[in-house]
Design a protein around this ligand. Structure first.
Ligand SMILES: [Zn+2]
Length: 65
């Protein structure tokens, strides 16, 4: 079953449910039990910009002992 990101309109609780399409319609808030929940649509960030420049890796700390 697909996962749905939901948010309660009563208390603002965001939660994820695993349910079918019909069950999603009857989802309730796990915190306050309200059925005033709406589905969240996650937007995937596309492209974080090209990072120019040299790739300098931080030197690992050497510990003796
Ligand atoms: Zn709630």
């Amino acid at each position: 079953m697909p996962l749905y990101d939901m948010r309660c309109r009563q208390c603002g609780k965001e939660f994820t449910i695993m349910a079918s399409w019909q069950e999603k319609e009857n989802a309730t808030c796990p915190r306050c039990g309200s059925n005033q929940v709406e589905q969240l649509y996650r937007s995937f960030a596309l492209g974080k910009g090209t990072s120019g420049g040299g790739g300098c890796s931080p030197a690992p700390g050497r510990s003796f002992g």
